[in-house]
Ligand binder design. Sequence first.
Ligand SMILES: CC(C)(COP(=O)(O)OP(=O)(O)OC[C@H]1O[C@@H](n2cnc3c(N)ncnc32)[C@H](O)[C@@H]1OP(=O)(O)O)[C@@H](O)C(=O)NCCC(=O)NCCS
Length: 191
Amino acid sequence: MSIEPPLPDVVEVDSEVTLRRSFDTPPEVMHSLIHRNLEHLGRFLPWALPTYDIEGAKAFAQMKREAWNESGEQGFSIYFKDEFVGAVGMRGFDSPVRAATIGYWLSEHAQGNGVMTRSVSALVRLAFVTYGLNQVIIKAAPTNTRSRAIPERLGFTETGLERQMSKNVHGELLDLVIYSLLRSEAAGRVF
Ligand SMILES: CC(C)(COP(=O)(O)OP(=O)(O)OC[C@H]1O[C@@H](n2cnc3c(N)ncnc32)[C@H](O)[C@@H]1OP(=O)(O)O)[C@@H](O)C(=O)NCCC(=O)NCCS
């Protein structure tokens, strides 16, 4: 599948935050940051395992490259003041109901600066304005207050709960609170 217009290689969010295709970040750099954040990320994400190694980072980059070209799944690395600090991705360009889902993570040391809220805001803009999608969805575990604060800050509506549909590195099944923003709700608002 090809996406029109083509997915951007770089999104300049503002003077401090830039998104670049995730597979353009060297696997060594990706590995280093994730490795330093295993405990922080593993509380809510299933893939931040102690076994995560440089080969895993290379395989991830290859997978993202293929996804970008073949399914239009966007995976961006986030740079804050030119430093690689995390990732944000959006999938669903090929959804028959034009609904995209956004996921994200940030290094522990980069939290508290609005980097993710600003990055997600830029992807919402891209989804509605550039690609004419109808809905953007974000899901977060009930206890993940920092993650839930992002869609809440951006005016998403809480629409439901998926029971035990996620897992952390400890093998615990987690519920997911669903947040949604419709194109009609975003109209006239600044993202
Ligand atoms: C979820 C996660 C990305 C949230 O990070 P975060 O730093 O809290 O989110 P933001 O970057 O949007 O920053 C928001 C904070 O910056 C502040 N802020 C500063 N400038 C801001 C701005 N311009 N816009 C918005 N917020 C701003 C906010 O007030 C908020 O402050 P607080 O920390 O006192 O609450 C991060 O905690 C994380 O990666 N966790 C582990 C992985 C994970 O859970 N991923 C999500 C799975 S669903």
